[in-house]
Design a binder for this molecule. Structure first.
Ligand SMILES: Nc1ncnc2c1ncn2[C@@H]1O[C@H](COP(=O)(O)OP(=O)(O)OP(=O)(O)O)[C@@H](O)[C@H]1O
Ligand SMILES: [Mg+2]
Length: 267
């Protein structure tokens, strides 16, 4: 199994959208997929088609380590497993004290998520996709520490560019293989094409050739509880997501093959 963290240095970049879309698209490519939310916003399950925020999830496991995290996992019709952050309650969400306790645990144990994922039993080409809170945060740090590959989602905004170099230095310092994906691109906007040119200059081959175009159908599908790639399969943005999923699928297969001899498997 390979773990792919989906992070960004600004909010609203499209991390959760891409996590949910890739979960379905990678499942369609015959990967067993676990989509996991390391983000107290607790919205991933909504992007996955649920109508209510999840009650159980990583947060409940962190507050009660005696429970089994697998019990909080949900399975969608296409076979994807979803492990949300959880914490929704009829009266609201987690208290400030509970959130502080969780953050302190994550800070104290930077390898907590990596250790948890090491216990997950997905087949060889299985993929854990981790949606995170905006970096820097203890939640993003957990996802980065657990990741075999970090996908950095970059919206075409000046703030995303301004914060990117610090994030890139951090990932390089930790020896993390990274793929930068521009999301929400409108080629008709000069600012967007300028930012893409700048990103290409800064990131070279680390910038994915699959940039995801802006499409008003993406938030509309979310509002309707629909899977965007299925609702608008012929749109440019769905085509872009398919391309990214194909790239990730072959990355996972190659990385699993490379790891097999070291793990004692067939060469
Ligand atoms: N390619 C796109 N075209 C149009 N809208 C998009 C695109 N990608 C994402 N969006 C919309 O942008 C908004 C933010 O997306 P999303 O919630 O996935 O970002 P995020 O990085 O997870 O944000 P947060 O910081 O809140 O966790 C959503 O309304 C989503 O529907
Ligand atoms: Mg999000």
């Amino acid at each position: 199994m390979k773990t792919i963290a989906i992070i960004s240095s600004v909010g609203g970049a499209g991390r959760t959208t891409l996590t949910a879309a890739l979960a379905g698209l990678l499942g369609a490519r015959k990967h067993a997929v676990l989509a996991l939310e390391c983000d107290p916003r607790n919205v991933l399950a909504l992007y996955g088609g649920l109508r209510e925020p999840a009650g159980a999830g990583l947060a409940s496991y962190l507050l009660n380590p005696g429970s089994a995290p697998a019990e909080a996992a949900l399975q969608s019709d296409d076979g994807t497993l979803w492990l949300p952050w959880g914490g929704a309650r009829p009266q609201g969400g987690l208290s400030a004290a509970e959130q502080a306790m969780i953050a302190a645990t994550l800070h104290r144990q930077p390898g907590w998520l990596r250790d948890l994922l090491a216990q997950v039993d997905l087949p060889g080409n299985g993929i854990a996709l981790v949606d995170t809170a905006t970096w820097p945060s203890v939640h993003a740090e957990q996802a980065i520490a657990a990741a075999d590959l970090v996908v950095v989602v970059v919206p075409p905004t000046p703030l995303a560019c301004a914060t990117l170099l610090r994030l890139r230095a951090e990932l390089a310092g930790r020896g993390k293989q990274s793929l930068y994906v521009a999301n929400g691109i409108s080629p008709a906007m000069a600012l967007h094409t300028d930012i893409i040119a700048l990103l290409r200059q800064l990131l070279g081959a680390e910038l994915s050739t699959y940039r995801i175009h802006a499409d008003s159908g993406v938030p509309e599908a979310l509002a309707r509880n629909q899977n965007f790639s299925l609702a608008a399969p012929h749109s440019q943005a769905a085509h872009d997501m398919q391309g990214l999923a194909t790239w990730l699928s072959s990355w996972v297969k190659q990385a699993s093959r490379r790891a097999a001899p070291a793990a004692g498997g067939a060469p």
